[in-house]
Design a protein around this ligand. Structure first.
Ligand code: ZN
Ligand code: ZN
Length: 355
């Protein structure tokens, strides 16, 4: 019985054969991790069309590689791509979206009788549909994120700065079992809420503010992503209605996230709600994105995106309305597309919390 990583390599080998190549040289570290289990800052993997594979890494990771991938031959060499390339022959597919021009030249100079051909984003495509082991890790990452929100809520009050709240969220996630935050947390208060990717700063929260928090835990290499907007005191003029609008759009997006639905139609389900209320210009980004070993990965959900959702694809649904100078609302869940309905992984309430 091949393990989960062996199964993934077998699927990649079939794609390599389809492309008429003898082997693929995987140099994107996140893809090497996906195919071997080895998380490192220097590794590469040669996957041959016949399904055999050779792992390359340097001495710092030799022990870890032997432990996590005992079934793989491992070459210890600082120049991982060069060492594996030397074992290739014929057409060698490489990750052109990752390899620098300089690295490509260095590699090509070392190869003899090998033709480098682009592989495309084959591993990223394999990663789009998750296995249940991956979904279990995402589920835990999201559970930690929910618990951190609950833990930090009592800390939020007028006078706390955005930075205070961001640090509290990040500390809480780590205390609750996260490896680290999945990305730099966003805390945007009052007028700063109009900036979708605001960097939390020294602004003190005031009564009447909406506060948008976009954060998530990293667990087992998998990224949670959740946004909640809360009110500190009674929200200033009109923002309560904006909240209800974004919440309705978010519900429509989650309901539309079904297998065989085009990603642009999921985007449209939420966007139409916001457009109908006259705020089309104020929802200035795509509806969401895949999550997994990366915080943003395939598929992307947007009006200009192609492709369909399928079973076991984790995505975010995160509409927002941003009113320059006044504030903004974004509500985001991480969920898994399932044949029998979306499985919500972030479970924090989407009722407007007024504290
Ligand atoms: Zn987010
Ligand atoms: Zn997101």
């Amino acid at each position: 019985m091949p393990g989960i990583h062996g199964t993934r390599r077998t699927r990649l080998a079939a794609l390599v054969a389809d492309r008429g190549a003898e082997a693929a040289l995987i140099t994107r570290l996140v893809n090497v991790r996906y195919l071997t289990g080895l998380a490192s800052s220097n590794a590469a993997l040669l996957v041959r069309a016949d399904g055999t594979a050779v792992l390359g890494t340097d001495g710092r990771y030799a022990g870890t590689a032997a432990r996590v991938s005992p079934e793989l031959e491992c070459v210890i060499d600082r120049d991982t791509a060069g060492a594996l390339g030397a074992r290739a022959s014929g057409r060698l597919a490489f990750e052109a979206h990752e390899m620098t021009v300089e690295a490509h030249r260095t590699l090509a100079d070392k190869l003899d009788g090998v033709e480098l051909v682009p592989l495309g984003r084959a591993v990223e495509e394999l990663r789009r549909v998750k296995d249940e082991e991956e979904i279990a890790l995402l589920r835990e990452a999201c559970a930690i994120t929910d618990r951190a929100f609950d833990a930090v809520l009592p800390f939020i009050r007028p006078g706390r700065t955005e930075h205070d709240v961001a640090v509290a969220l990040e500390r809480s996630m780590v205390d609750l079992g996260a490896e680290r935050p999945a990305f730099a947390s966003i805390v945007a208060s009052g007028p700063n809420g109009a900036i979708p990717h605001h960097v939390p700063g020294a602004r003190a929260i005031e009564s009447g503010d909406l506060v948008t928090m976009d954060f998530g835990a990293l667990y087992g290499g998998y990224h949670a992503d959740m946004t909640r907007t809360i009110a500190v005191g009674t929200p200033d003029g009109g923002l309560r209605e904006i909240y209800d609008l974004v919440a309705a759009a978010q519900r429509a997006g989650v309901e539309a996230a079904c297998p065989e639905t085009a990603t642009k139609d999921v985007d449209a389900a939420a966007r139409d709600v916001i457009d109908a209320a006259g705020y089309a210009e104020e929802f200035s980004h795509g509806l969401g994105h895949g999550v997994g070993l990366e915080i943003h990965e395939a598929p992307l959900l947007g009006y200009d995106k192609t492709g369909k959702l399928t079973d076991r694809v984790p995505i975010t649904v995160e509409p927002g309305v941003y009113l320059a100078g006044r504030g903004g609302v974004r509500i985001e869940d991480t969920l898994v597309v399932r044949t029998d309905g979306a499985e919500l992984l972030t479970k924090t309430t989407k009722e407007l919390l007024v504290i």
